[in-house]
Design a protein around this ligand. Structure first.
Ligand SMILES: [Zn+2]
Length: 298
């Protein structure tokens, strides 16, 4: 049996909001079993927003949850850290409408979770085993979930840039592989897009301190953390976005040129297809079912 976990202690930090450029207080707190991840806006009378697929709002450049003036954006890196480090229940307090960008990766959030520690709770963790393929998107951009013994991600990016081009990585997701190989991968942006966003008053906090910045030919930062840091970061994004389905997943997640829109569409698709996929409370050995429904999609 795997029991749900929450944080052992409170922990807080201050970072910069990517879009506002202003300081943001971030505090992580323990929460009751079965409560999931809840954002609490201290600057909005403690208004709360649940981290779930039905709360997804804007998905351009980052994932935003909530509606009206009670929203929280850039949630995906912090959610990925909770999801992959095995924290099921927590309250995230913020005094601004966005999670601080930190260094553009999830490394700081993993560090905070490690510093706070985690404790098992009284309820078992529900695992959703994907037994029928699910797909969102089409043409050249899609996300697919296939049956698998464990959570595993294969991601392909293809950018028209000499330093990126096509990159594909497959990685089984455990807290160890996440911490070492995915969490440190930073977000990235192209100089031409950043200039356009700045005109609109966005990414005012963006800099080489919290993103890989590329011009037409090269990376403007000193170095990359991985030769294929770009595709690793997309894996970080998809894990945070898929966590909004509300279950630990046993599935092979395959993404071709995805983004927050497709990732969150899949989180919603998982919610709407729960009747087809068994919910388990342990990691028992599993024999793939016979028959056409477990076959890969054409
Ligand atoms: Zn990201």
């Amino acid at each position: 049996m795997y029991y749900q976990r929450t944080l052992k202690n409170d922990i807080q930090c201050t970072g910069v909001g990517l879009h506002s450029g202003k300081a943001v207080l971030l505090r992580l707190l323990p929460a009751q079993p079965d409560s999931g991840i809840i954002f609490r806006r201290l600057d909005k009378d403690g208004g709360e927003i649940r981290a779930c697929a039905s709360e997804v709002g804007r998905v351009d450049f980052a994932t935003t949850l909530g509606s009206g003036d009670l929203t929280v954006s850039t949630v995906e890196h912090l959610l990925a850290a909770f999801y992959c480090m095995g924290v099921d229940n927590a309250v995230i307090e913020l005094d601004a409408p966005e999670v601080p960008i930190m260094d553009g990766s999830a490394a700081s959030f993993v560090y905070m979770i490690r510093e706070a520690g985690t404790v098992p709770q009284s309820r078992t963790r529900p695992y959703l085993r994907i037994v029928r393929p699910l797909q969102a998107g089409g043409g050249g951009r899609w996300i697919r979930l296939m049956p698998s013994q464990e959570l595993r991600v294969t991601y392909t990016v293809d950018y028209d840039h000499p330093l990126i081009r096509e990159q594909t990585v497959t990685i089984p997701i455990t807290s160890a592989t996440f911490e070492d190989q995915i969490a440190p991968a930073r977000t990235f942006g192209f100089m031409r897009d950043i200039e356009m966003l700045r005109v609109k008053g966005l990414t005012l906090g963006g800099s080489k301190d919290n993103a890989i910045v590329l011009d037409e030919n090269k990376v403007l930062n000193d170095h990359l953390r991985f030769a294929n840091e770009f595709v690793r970061h997309k894996i970080l994004d998809v894990l945070g976005d898929l966590s909004l389905c509300g279950f630990a997943l046993k599935a092979h997640v395959i993404v071709h040129k995805g983004g927050h829109g497709l990732h969150t569409e899949m989180a919603k698709l998982i919610r709407s297809s729960l009747a087809y996929h068994p919910i388990e409370s342990s990691e028992e050995a599993w024999v793939p079912p016979q028959g056409s429904f477990a076959q890969p999609l054409a």
